[in-house]
Ligand binder design. Structure first.
Ligand code: ASP
Length: 592
């Protein structure tokens, strides 16, 4: 055995034990006489005291940060006054009787301490293997592993079969761009990498699998953001002979199991809110309910107002507690932000003593309106009120964003607030050619009460509800699911509504329509981003921190240099010619 103990696991109860430890030199203090080394391994750090004049310890003066050592020694309680309560091993140290250098290290490009998170992204990712040595990163990977294994346990306990679906497939429409892979055996043909296993999991239901799940790797060529990478892992599930409630029950249990495994605390039942309520109260389909500041409908207050700007489809407001003293330049900045988001303007009111309103528009309002707005918003002296009037959709959206700008707590605060958002609309808008765009994906079953609307004349399709639901955590969309269409006629009807011509539908999804000819069971499913869940559990604002080897904001991997140009011979073999100018085929700036 190379070692007898993990360095970071030693405690006062090990006093007197002979130990052999292996690890990296986290730091060293050489006072000319004895040398103090902080030895780090996966469990943490322990202080080692070495006397270089002792036989077998001669190397101690030579060692430097990040050298790899094997230390033999005796655990001793630290002398009075030198106990370090900050670390688990703080009551003891190891008196070395031997020290072997297993490997040397060049000086590392950035200090591997708690400030490493502030080092620029390109450098951290270029030396990710060093970044990963930091205890914070080790903890994140450990947390992720725990979440994965508890999801697997939970799903198999709930009767689900883990099935792996293929990576080289035909395109799956999840609304993003595909990553494509050229085929060598059929030059000029391409596979798509899965945006999700959606169609395969539906085929598994037709195949009688009954309950499927997978921790599936998915790829979407979309701009990268704090909560989005090109590739991500999705907890993906599907159930036959089940509806929305069954799916929410199973997923809720699996998520609660994972949270409990990761944090030791089980979250309570997840409340539900309709999509419509979410828009009205929070101006978004993924409300962050860790804080209030809900949108207030001021329609009744201004129903017969003489103030032109408020004679609109909707007048809504938010109350910003205690911000009444905001400076003029801050209010101007908020107004610009609101306009940038599509509002015609932003009305602000400072609430003074006795509910008096100070606002550029106060003089246009009646006494009743001034009084009623204060009471409708439960405003107190010292508050700031922000209002947007216009189309309901726009007013909700603008105030929803301002609410987050002004009130959102950091990711690590406010606990875990899960929420199911249900009754999503079937369509989220209209494409340029006037055909509706699916809000979820084209395999989503319309709401049973709205099914007839699809065939009615002159119906506003944007008002048709679906049987889709999202799981939201602290304002992040964790994932989505739906009851699926399992009947060929309904699926064809939806394709037609979406403006997908029958030949195109055949060409792209013929295999699914065919499968539906042979007794497809009713089924429903769900998927959520494991990276997002783990990031929130780890208190990280960026999912990159819980992914071992992520890409930079510009989609590059500074460590391996991907993406890069292909060798001409490889291009020839694939039957490909590069049409863009040479400079465009070179690597993106790895430091970005
Ligand atoms: N395939 C969907 C997605 O990736 C999830 C689902 O409907 O199960 O968002």
């Amino acid at each position: 055995m190379m070692r007898s103990h993990r360095a970071g696991s030693l405690r006062a109860s090990d006093d007197g034990s002979e130990v052999t430890l292996c690890g990296w030199v986290d730091s060293r203090r050489d006072h000319g006489g004895v040398v103090f080394l902080d030895l780090r391994d996966v469990e943490g750090i322990v202080q080692v005291v070495v006397d270089p004049s002792r036989a077998g310890c001669e190397q101690a003066h030579r060692v430097r940060g990040e050298w790899v050592l094997r230390v033999v020694g005796t655990v001793k309680r630290r002398p009075e006054g030198t106990v370090n309560p900050e670390i688990g091993t703080g009551e003891i140290e190891v008196a070395a009787s031997g020290l072997e250098v297993l490997n040397e290290s060049e000086p590392v490009p950035f200090p591997l301490d708690e400030h490493a998170g502030e080092v620029d992204e390109g450098t951290r990712l270029r030396y990710r293997y060093l970044d990963l040595r930091r205890p914070a990163m080790q903890l994140n990977l450990l947390l992720r592993s725990r979440v994965n294994s508890s999801l697997r346990d939970s799903m198999s306990r709930q009767g689900f079969t883990e099935v792996e679906t293929p990576m080289l497939i035909a395109s799956t429409p999840e609304g993003a761009r595909d990553f494509v892979v050229p085929s060598r055996l059929s030059p000029g043909s391409f596979y798509a990498l899965p945006q999700s296993p959606q169609l395969f999991k539906q085929l598994l239901m037709v195949g009688g699998v009954d309950r499927y799940f997978q921790l599936a790797r998915c790829l979407r060529d979309e701009d990268l953001r704090a909560d989005r990478q090109f590739e991500f892992v999705q907890y993906d599930a599907e159930m036959s002979f089940a509806g929305a409630d069954d799916v929410m029950e199973v997923v809720g249990t699996a998520v609660a199991d994972a949270v409990e495994a990761a944090t030791g605390e089980r979250p309570g039942a997840f409340p539900r809110m309709t999509w419509h309520q979410a828009q009205e109260r929070y101006g978004t389909d993924k409300p962050d309910v860790r804080f209030g500041m809900e949108l207030v409908d001021l329609g009744p207050v201004f129903a017969s107002t003489g103030f032109r700007a408020f004679q609109a489809e909707a007048v809504k407001g938010i109350r910003v507690v205690g911000e009444g003293a905001a400076s003029r330049s801050r209010l101007d900045a908020l107004t610009d932000r609101a306009k940038g988001l599509g509002a015609a303007g932003l009305v602000w009111m400072r609430v003074g003593e006795g509910g008096a309103l100070e606002s550029p528009v106060a003089k246009f309002l009646s006494d009743d309106e001034r009084r009623d707005v204060v009471s409708a918003m439960a405003a107190e002296p010292g508050d700031l009120l922000l209002m947007v009037a216009g189309e309901r959709r726009v007013a909700n959206h603008v105030l929803g964003v301002l609410r987050l700008d002004l009130g959102r707590p950091p990711v690590s605060e406010g606990g875990l607030r899960f929420l199911w958002v249900v009754d999503f609309p079937l369509f989220e808008g209209l494409a340029d050619d006037g055909s509706p765009v699916p809000a979820h994906h084209p395999f989503t079953m319309p709401h049973p009460d709205d099914l007839a609307l699809l065939d009615a004349e002159g119906v506003d399709l944007l008002g048709v509800r679906s049987q889709a639901y999202d799981l939201v955590l602290n304002g992040w969309e964790l994932g989505s699911g739906s009851v699926r269409i399992h009947r060929r006629d309904v699926q064809e009807r939806i394709f037609t509504l979406l403006g997908i011509a029958p030949e195109t539908a055949r060409e792209r999804f013929g295999f699914l329509l065919d499968a539906f000819r042979f007794g497809a069971p009713p089924h429903a499913g769900f998927a959520f981003g494991v990276d997002r869940l783990v990031a929130i559990l780890a208190g990280e604002e960026n999912i990159r921190e819980v992914i071992a080897f992520p890409k930079t904001q510009s989609g590059a991997d500074p460590l391996t240099g991907a993406p890069g140009p292909l060798d001409p011979a490889q291009l020839r073999e694939l039957g490909l010619a590069v049409a863009v100018p040479q400079e465009a085929t070179t690597r993106p700036d790895p430091e970005r």
